[in-house]
Design a protein around this ligand. Sequence first.
Ligand SMILES: [Zn+2]
Ligand SMILES: [Zn+2]
Length: 258
Amino acid sequence: MITAYTLFSGSSGNCTYVTSGKTEILIDAGKSCLAIERALNALGTSLSSISDIFVTHEHSDHTCGLEVISKKYNIPVHFAYPSYDKAVHSGTYLKRSAVRHEVIFEKRVGNVLIKSFEVPHDSMQNLGYIIDDGEDIFGTATDMGHITESLANELKICRCALIEANHDKKMLISGPYPQFLKERILSPKGHLSNENCARLACFLADNGVKCVTLGHLSKENNLPKLAYDAVDSLLKANGLTVDLSVASPDEAVLLTRG
Ligand SMILES: [Zn+2]
Ligand SMILES: [Zn+2]
């Protein structure tokens, strides 16, 4: 059985903890080493128990803790090569622990198999991950400019999934962001709106996914209630049910419920 938590989720930092049996990994480390260590301690574990870190992409809200973590711990940090080539040269310690992979790769860590898949975003590369321990499957995809058929098909085999609900379109358009940033977020390589997230959630629920958590909410352009209601109402309108929850920017949220 897989247990996964978002430790942090949103534009101010992302880190997801995944465990099965004795295997413990992180996806992204976009908060300080100290903040991640504290969040893990609160769950009864620590960075010294983490065997591997898998990075989705090189943006700082997913990577800013990696240099200090690499200085203090000897944890392999896995990147797809376009993100590696962009991010790793600058880090003295990260250089030691970083592992360069093909875009699509598989890695066995203890009793779980981790597989990457492509997610469209304005980074050198962005990945989603599927984690399979032989009896349970968890998947994650955020920083998603649009939904591709292939990413939807990767996620539909999961029991539980973390997907992005970045912004409420009306809040974004009428909000304080400069025009170029609004256009970037709304572009097919930006971030997923609540409305499009709801479509993905319906597709996943319709294919048997039991549990969906909405993550990477924008602090300025979204509210947890707006994200939840947008998804919940489209699920209801289609007669679909799923265990639905919203991730928090700075509190651990269980992703593998039920
Ligand atoms: Zn990003
Ligand atoms: Zn991000």
